[in-house]
Design a binder for this molecule. Structure first.
Ligand code: ADP
Ligand code: ADP
Length: 220
């Protein structure tokens, strides 16, 4: 059964066609790599799934229903868009405490997500001084507060150093092994080819190839 289902999404911004019949599914227990050049429609697709943009046509479901109909959306879907929005003057830990409080998650969860995200040594530093790679980790920590079975991460490798990239790959595999559905976008196939179970390759707002990595290797 599909955990995320995107079907026939169309979306225009003025004269620009962002989505032109985008359709694919994301299964539980897998890393689905969402790969394509900048402008292909990956962020717009994720924003439509999260109800942040309205599609002109088509539908996007999470667990069989639109995101806005989920009873506890933040406990269902954890997302990272634009390396997360953060409050620069707070420490990373205080930022997470504030988010946990405002979203109704227990404060005890904060130290758990700090540990999972590898932020323990910097959690008391001002988030505003963080590198992009560290902000990605902080955004992931925020996405994990509700322990969601679905993760949707937009370009999480951006700004990560080599150590961060290795960490991110291990993290993604671990979340899939826990049975979660993981959708992760990148403009670089190389970042995901060894990590994803399933690849959805997109261009110009639609799917160009939808394949398992095993099939891709067999075909090559
Ligand atoms: P990707 O995430 O694959 O880089 P996007 O979904 O960000 O692609 O963008 C798809 C297309 O839609 C691009 O041409 C982009 O410029 C355009 N676009 C996205 N968001 C907006 C917006 N808010 N206003 C105008 N154009 C947009
Ligand atoms: P219940 O009726 O089971 O208590 P609620 O819908 O009231 O469930 O949500 C439980 C918690 O989840 C609340 O504390 C609320 O802060 C949080 N929550 C639910 N939906 C949202 C949302 N869209 N944005 C932020 N927090 C939310």
């Amino acid at each position: 059964e599909a955990t995320i289902e995107v079907a026939g999404l169309r979306k225009r911004f003025g004269a620009t066609t962002a989505l032109d019949g985008m359709s694919f599914t994301v299964g539980a227990g897998q890393v689905t790599g969402f790969v394509g050049p900048n402008g292909a429609g990956k962020s717009t697709t994720m924003r439509v799934v999260l109800g942040l943009d309205a599609a002109d046509a088509g539908h996007a479901h999470v667990g069989g229903r639109p995101y806005r109909e989920l009873r506890k959306p933040l406990a269902h879907v954890g997302s990272l868009l634009d390396a997360g929005a953060l409050q620069p003057s707070r420490s990373a830990r205080n930022h997470l405490l504030w988010l946990a409080h405002s979203q109704g998650f227990p404060a005890t969860r904060v130290d758990e997500v700090i540990e999972i995200s590898g932020l323990a040594s910097v959690a008391r530093r001002r988030a505003g001084g963080f590198s992009l790679g560290m902000r990605q980790r902080l955004g992931i920590a925020a996405a994990l507060l509700g322990d969601p079975p679905v993760l949707m991460l937009d370009e999480p490798f951006n700004g990560m150093d080599p150590e961060g990239i290795v960490w991110m790959r291990t993290f993604l595999r671990q979340k899939a092994r826990e049975g979660r559905a993981v959708l992760v976008s990148s403009h670089l196939m190389s970042e995901l080819q060894d990590t994803a179970d399933h690849l959805v390759v997109v261009g110009r707002g639609r799917v160009i190839a939808d394949t398992t990595v095993a099939d891709l290797i067999t075909a090559a």
